[in-house]
Design a protein around this ligand. Structure first.
Ligand SMILES: Nc1nc2c(ncn2[C@@H]2O[C@H](COP(=O)(O)OP(=O)(O)OP(=O)(O)O)[C@@H](O)[C@H]2O)c(=O)[nH]1
Ligand SMILES: [Mg+2]
Length: 193
């Protein structure tokens, strides 16, 4: 499976700066530090495409990456307690505004840590998207951190808490490449829709 050919296009720090909605967009969303940017680098086969960090709050803007027929948007993470209130409000406005109103948004890759149950915010974000008729794939990342039995249990838990169909939760690891092929295929399918 060939990696996705992606090139960085632009960073948006306020909703008024969003580009014209010309092509279908696929958003990468999830809690702070869960591994959104690492997942992007993994499917693009390029380590340094998006900046990643051990410290939560690395991605602070909506970052747009162009593929041939669609766009991938790497979002700031939500739920990080240690940023100042003013910053949190800005990110919240950006993420909420984008997910609830962006007309070119067709699909969301909802990234969760396979070791943790979905948070309140995870449930809220997932519901918004489903209600808008946006396709959602939940990706349980860092699968390298758990043994097989625990992976299966965790997938089941995420699926039931988020009330998703079976097969809508994919185990993934940016470290080992687990789930990479399936994720690339899913993104390409959504990008054609
Ligand atoms: N073991 C393991 N570590 C991972 C994996 N994916 C990401 N990480 C680590 O998790 C940390 C956060 O990764 P990022 O990709 O920056 O996370 P993010 O969700 O983009 O973070 P924010 O932009 O701050 O919201 C880094 O230390 C990564 O190396 C994975 O699949 N396995
Ligand atoms: Mg990031």
């Amino acid at each position: 499976m060939k990696p996705l050919a992606l090139t960085f296009d632009l960073s948006v720090v306020k909703l008024s700066g969003l580009p014209s909605p010309l092509r279908p967009e696929i958003a990468l969303l999830g809690r702070s530090n869960v591994g959104k940017s690492s997942l992007l680098n993994c499917v693009a086969g390029r380590e340094g495409l998006a900046r990643t960090s051990k410290t939560p709050g690395r991605t602070q803007a909506l970052n747009f990456y162009n593929a041939k027929n669609y766009i991938i948007v790497d979002l700031p993470g939500y739920g990080y307690a240690k940023v100042p209130d003013s910053v949190r409000r800005t990110w919240k406005g950006l993420i909420e505004g984008y997910l609830t109103r962006r007309e070119s948004l067709v699909a969301g890759v909802h990234i969760l840590d396979i070791r943790h149950d979905p948070s309140e915010l995870d449930i809220i974000m997932s519901r918004w998207l489903v209600r808008r008729g946006i396709k959602v794939l939940a990706v349980a990342t860092k699968s390298d951190k758990l043994g097989r039995g625990k992976v299966a249990r965790s997938l089941h838990k995420i699926q039931s808490v988020l009330e998703l169909d079976s097969f809508s939760v994919l185990p993934f690891s940016a470290k080992t490449g687990d789930g990479k092929k399936e994720l690339i295929r899913w993104i390409e399918t959504q990008g054609k829709a």
